[in-house]
Design a protein around this ligand. Structure first.
Ligand code: ATP
Ligand code: MG
Ligand code: MG
Ligand code: MG
Length: 476
């Protein structure tokens, strides 16, 4: 029988508990005590201070299944969603951690044993990457585990050297990858470190925290090196369930089923519709967990990212022909399928649904109108055999109809079109001059204040867009 996603999570945690790891609950998606980080994007986030030595726990080994969001910030997978088979905005990262306890040898041993013996993955399909200078890791993989040398790939700093920041704990990492087979090949240059397709699927990242980097960049070995690992639940579930996409696992089945119900379309019939269904499934999970963790849609910071996610989901609903608000119904589906693992989302379900309904209603009119205009623009552009959407038109859509620029970019990308940003900026400048003329007098101070604020926040063009949108919405 095939292992479900929930069973896999449990197997992982139990395996590490057997080796004296304390099972620690997932922390919130909103990082505690870290305003520099947008969302919790890895299992180690809640242990950051423990690794830095600033926080002490009464355990030296821990294991978690951590809810993560990678949308915005340093790790941003928003645009990958629906396009690749392996990226989500919201996903769960399973991890084992050693705080100055065991190091490389055991981390490698645990990782291999869990994948090959507990899960029974075929060892001949597994590859590992190591940091170029990490001969110790090479030796462990080759001689202790028995991985053939030609399946151990040395990689550079960018891919296989991990750092918490410019200074502080850092170290080489080693990743376990599964070859999904020749038929998944993306082209002639397909391979680890060569392409970014789904054939060589990265499953698990083992970070060997063994140095402290100082201001000058000098590395000093840590007296008690540590281990931090992360493995994507959805990816491993896909491998175990013998499918090539995370979206084809049982974790997503109820959500895709929901997308089919609301649209009256079948998943797997049309690539463009499938992408929309995947985006909806993914974004519903992100929305549910983010709102449940206290984030609300807004125009800045975390709330802005959430708003983008929700509006993107709503937009894909439109593309599937759904005319009524639907996000709030989808939230129930997420809650039903995940509440056995995350009690908190069941407690907040009604509230989250209400937030979703409000946002979708607010946005509905703008979206309907804007999509209609944009579709015409796209048709016209294609008819003229051009691949660039006219900047003046894009500006009009944005300025007059309050249609978010990032959404226009998003949609254009789906049709292999780009935006004439120069033309857009030109219109924007002209508009500002006009605005200044019109707002002579007391208003000018207020406007100046807004611009000053903008300079410190998101790129001005975007922010004004939403600022304007707020006004539009208020009159709807
Ligand atoms: P990729 O190269 O595939 O984007 P990554 O190198 O960015 O992954 P890590 O930062 O090493 O990922 O995170 C550890 C693990 O978490 C990955 O090996 C993968 O299994 C999982 N993971 C990372 N990003 C995502 C995502 N957006 N959706 C689902 N799982 C993810
Ligand atoms: Mg990534
Ligand atoms: Mg990677
Ligand atoms: Mg990685």
């Amino acid at each position: 029988d095939m292992m479900t996603g929930h069973e896999l999570r449990e197997q992982f945690l139990q395996y590490f508990e057997k080796y004296e790891h304390v099972r620690v609950p997932s922390s919130s998606l909103v990082p505690q005590n870290d305003p520099t980080l947008l969302f919790t994007n890895a299992g180690m986030v809640q242990f950051k201070d423990v690794f830095l030595g600033a926080d002490k726990r009464n355990y030296a080994r821990a294991t978690t299944a951590q809810r993560c969001v990678r949308a915005g910030g340093k790790h941003n997978d928003l645009e990958n969603v629906g396009r690749t088979a392996r990226h989500h905005t919201f996903f769960e990262m399973m991890g084992n951690f050693s705080f100055g306890d065991y190091f490389k040898r055991d981390a490698v041993r645990f990782g291999w044993e869990f994948l090959t013996e507990v899960l029974g993955l075929p060892s001949e399909k597994l590859w590992v990457t190591i940091y170029q200078d990490d001969d110790e890791a090479f030796d462990l993989w080759k001689n202790m585990i028995g991985v053939p040398a030609d399946r151990i790939v040395r990689m550079g700093e960018k891919d296989n050297f991990w750092a918490m920041g410019d200074t502080g704990p850092c170290g080489p990492c080693s990743e376990i990858i599964i070859d999904q087979g020749e038929e998944m090949r993306c082209g002639t240059n397909c391979g680890i470190g060569l392409c970014d397709c789904d054939r060589y699927l990265e499953l698990w990242n083992l970070v060997f925290m063994q140095f402290e980097r100082d201001q000058t960049g000098k590395l000093t070995p840590l007296p008690k090196p540590s281990i931090d690992t992360g493995m994507g639940l959805e990816r491993v579930a896909a491998v175990l369930q013998k499918v090539h996409s995370n979206f084809d696992t049982d974790l997503f089945a109820p959500l895709l089923c929901f997308a089919e119900e609301i649209s009256g379309k079948r998943y797997g019939q049309d690539e463009r519709c499938d992408t929309s269904m995947r985006v909806i499934a993914d974004h519903l999970r992100a929305t549910t967990f983010l709102v449940s963790d206290g984030v609300l849609p807004s125009n800045e910071g975390r709330g802005y990212v959430l708003r983008r996610i929700m509006r993107r989901a709503a937009r894909h609903g439109k593309m599937l022909g759904v005319s009524e608000p639907f996000l709030y119904k989808g939230i129930e589906v997420v809650v039903e399928s995940m509440k056995q693992v995350y009690r908190e989302i069941a407690d907040h379900a009604g509230y989250v649904a209400q937030v979703a309904l409000n946002e979708e209603r607010r946005f509905g009119h703008t979206l309907n109108q804007g999509m209609e205009i944009l579709n015409k623009m796209i048709e016209e552009t294609k008819r003229q055999n051009s691949t660039i959407l006219d900047g003046k038109e894009v500006f009009r859509l944005y300025d007059t109809f309050g249609f978010p620029l990032d959404l226009t970019e998003d949609i254009a990308r789906d049709y292999q079109l780009t935006l004439d940003m120069q033309g857009f900026e030109h219109e924007m400048t002209a508009q500002r001059i006009r605005a200044r003329e019109a707002w002579k007098g007391s208003g000018e101070v207020a406007i100046a204040e807004i611009y000053k604020k903008l300079a410190y926040e998101i790129p001005a063009t975007r922010f004004i867009g939403y600022e304007y949108l707020e006004e539009t919405d208020a009159t709807v």
